[in-house]
Design a protein around this ligand. Sequence first.
Ligand code: F6R
Length: 342
Amino acid sequence: MQQPATNPNVAAMIEMLRGFPAQCEAAVAIGRDFDPGRHEITNIVMTGLGGSAIGADLLRAYVASSATVPVQVNRDYELPAFVNERTLVLAISYSGNTEETLAAWQDARARGAQIVTFTTGGTLARESAAAGVSCCRVPGGLQPRAALGFSFFPLLLTLEKLGVVPPQATAIEDALRIIRQATAHYASEENLARDLAQRLEHRVPLIYGSWNAVGVVAYRWKSQINENAKGIAFWNTFPELNHNETVGWSGRAELCRDLGVVLLRTPSDPPRIRRRMDLTRSQIEAQAPVNEVTAEGAAFLAQLFSLVVLGDWMSLYLALYREQDPVAVYAIDAIKKALAEG
Ligand code: F6R
């Protein structure tokens, strides 16, 4: 396994992950202090990409059963056609310089939408200030994907302040407690995150979420494996995968040989979902090894974050086993640079 001494970026990513509980506490404080203004709205569209969009994805799925207006996520240069002056657009870019998010922000302006920006600075902060758009500033210095606390909690608290979701104080406290506990545990010598990484070292990970926002966590695991461990990975979620991907497992065995499945479960999974997962496991375990993890925590938000923290540490350990730099994302940087040049 690669050691911190051999690559300063290893120590840097460990620091970012160890700092996640403090980041989430700071993010909650920022969200509580931030005044998004008054907004009479009929729908909400959050727009962003990559590490800045994952918080929006998690939020959309988490509030789906309680939000009083439709909440969507956009990852394109343009916003959906329904966006108008009664839409609240939350534009999220950690750097403040992502071209798709800047274009969507301009599109929101052109349609007269109400806008709140979440960023560390960059063009987005400058243009928001110039246009008199509310801007929630978060601290810089992290990789955007390691700043999930900043791209989730201030947005959740904004929705709470607008009366779109019920009070979140208890759920947030529970989540913060689990984030602290899980971080301390996965930073230790022997733990499930290391163990899983070792089991996935020579395999293509396939991450299956149980249901609802756990599907978003599966996507988070896949993206963290891509960016931290520099590996191809795939994800899917129940119950949808039982209507297509399930059949893929009944084909040629040699094409499944190098896969390694991780089932993400939570104590909140409905009984029918649990049954689906058990049945699926028995259908696929002859083809590839199946690992299972179950979230910790009482409230659903805490359970989601317990799995996020596990996936983040697992992807770090996977980078170390595979001798990859867990911080650098040269492929993303190269595409952004080439596009900036024309
Ligand atoms: C880098 C990362 C990327 C960025 C994405 C958008 O750590 O995770 O997915 O988040 O390229 O950039 P920002 O977040 O600055 O808008």
